[in-house]
Every structure is written in C-alpha cells, then in structure tokens.
Design a protein around this ligand. Structure first.
Ligand SMILES: Nc1ncnc2c1ncn2[C@@H]1O[C@H](COP(=O)(O)OP(=O)(O)OP(=O)(O)O)[C@@H](O)[C@H]1O
Length: 230
C-alpha cells in the first residue's frame, strides 16, 4: 500500500512541430493516503499532465516522484505496469468503455491476464453493486445513461482494489445533478474504503468539497489550501 507520494521539482516539457510547451514547471507536492484532493485551474494549466505523471502514465522531464521512497519510473516497463495495476485506478471524462462488452465484462477488463487471490466475477459484481448498478450487469454501454456509464468506469477503476484513485474531469460530460452524484460516490469510496482521490475538475463548487484544493495556472501551483470536507 502506498502511503505517500512525493513530487520533487517535477517538470514536463512537450516538444513537437517546433513548439515547446512547459506543461508542468518545477512542482513540489506531496499527497498522503486517505486525502481527497481537488486540482483546479483553467484549460491548459497542466492538470491532466500532473495527473498522468503521478499515475505513472508518463515520465517527468525533470525531477522525480517517490511512492513511499521508491522511484517507480526507474524500474522496467513491466514493473511500472504492475505497480500501476496494483496501486492506481483511473477515471476519465470520456468513460472509455468498450462498446461491445457488457457492464460486467467492462469491469473485468483490468483483471484479464492478472493473477489475483479473489474471485474476479464475484469482485466485479461486488463493485457494480457498490456503484448502484447490480441490475445492469448485462447492459451494453449504449444502453446506459452517461452517469451510469461513468459508474461502470468507476467500478472498473476500483475492481483491483487500488489505494489511489486518479480522476480526470470525471463529471465533465455529465449534467450537474449526475455530476454531484458521481462526486458523492468518489467521496464515499474515499471515506469508506480509504481510497485516496486526486480529482481534476473545472467545477469549483465540487472542488471546494474536497479536503484539499490545489489550484494550477500555467504549469505551476498557485495555491494549495484546505477545503471544506463534506
Ligand atoms: N501530448 C502532448 N503534446 C504536446 N503538448 C501537450 C500534450 N499534452 C498536453 N500538452 C500541452 O500541455 C499544456 C497542459 O495541458 P494539460 O492537458 O495538462 O492541461 P489541463 O489543465 O488538463 O487542461 P484541460 O482542463 O483543458 O484538460 C497545454 O498547453 C497542452 O496543449
């Protein structure tokens, strides 16, 4: 279980087509297990880039990220993938469900080819029940509402019992009421399962319900303050 993630002086620079973009600049941050942190900021401020660095989807151009003192990105690709599988769950604005698979099958996808010490089917049904979709096990994504599809995506993100949940604009495609429900579900997972949540959003009302709010602008941290936890 990863108890702390420490980002030391991390930067990410994209170079392409003669354009250099400093998406994240010399950021120092640490996150403790169990926190619910919102990351807000205007479009292009580096929120998604920061999240993908923390989630080991991408490597910082400079600096390092330590997961309980381990620099995971120095390890082999296989080890990084195993680490990601064991510790981290991702939720995106576009739900990224496979259209030809049922809700249950979509939730099972992260477990394909993985050895686990529990029944995969039982676990997948358990998480679908947790997100309120036990009656939709056999529905295809096209037969579900946006909010329900995001619930399937959340079930898929937690099926392997990650201790860190990284959510990039998970309510961005949903109406306010559905977005509020998805936010509450993440809050519940944080409180009941102890899952740490990093929640990127444009919605400052939702953001302020977190324990901690980090504001970004132009690749830097403008503010890092306590929120009004629900
Ligand atoms: N793969 C990439 N190649 C080149 N530039 C990129 C890449 N990914 C992001 N950028 C640039 O890095 C900067 C930060 O982008 P990022 O997606 O992290 O911002 P963001 O705050 O998440 O924005 P949004 O709220 O619109 O999703 C932007 O200027 C973006 O154009």
């Amino acid at each position: 279980m990863v108890k702390e993630i420490i980002c030391t002086n991390i930067s990410k620079t994209y170079i392409g087509d003669g354009v250099t973009t400093h998406a994240v600049k010399n950021i120092h941050l640490s996150f403790k297990k169990g926190e619910f942190t919102s990351i807000i900021g205007p479009s292009g401020s580096g929120k998604s880039t920061l999240l993908s660095l923390i989630g080991t989807l991408d490597k910082p151009s400079e600096g390092q990220i330590l997961y309980d003192d381990k620099d995971i990105m120095k390890q082999s690709k296989r080890k990084i993938a195993d680490f990601r599988f064991e510790k981290i769950g991702f939720i995106f604005q576009q739900f990224h469900l496979l259209p030809t698979l049922t809700a249950l099958e979509n939730v099972l996808t992260p477990l394909f080819g993985r050895k686990v010490n529990y029944s995969k089917q039982k676990r997948a049904k358990e998480v679908l029940e947790q997100v309120g979709l036990i009656n939709k096990l056999n529905a295809l994504p096209s037969q579900l509402s946006g909010g329900q599809q995001q619930r399937v995506a959340i079930a898929r993100a937690i099926v392997h019992k990650p201790s860190w949940l990284l959510a990039d604009e998970p309510t961005g495609n949903l109406d306010t009421e559905t977005g509020d429900k998805i936010f509450s579900l993440l809050k519940q997972l944080n409180e009941e399962e102890g899952c740490s949540v990093l929640y990127v959003t444009h919605d400052s009302t939702l953001a302020h319900k977190a324990n901690r709010i980090i504001s970004m602008q132009d690749g830097i941290i403008l503010e890092d303050k306590e929120g009004v936890a629900l």
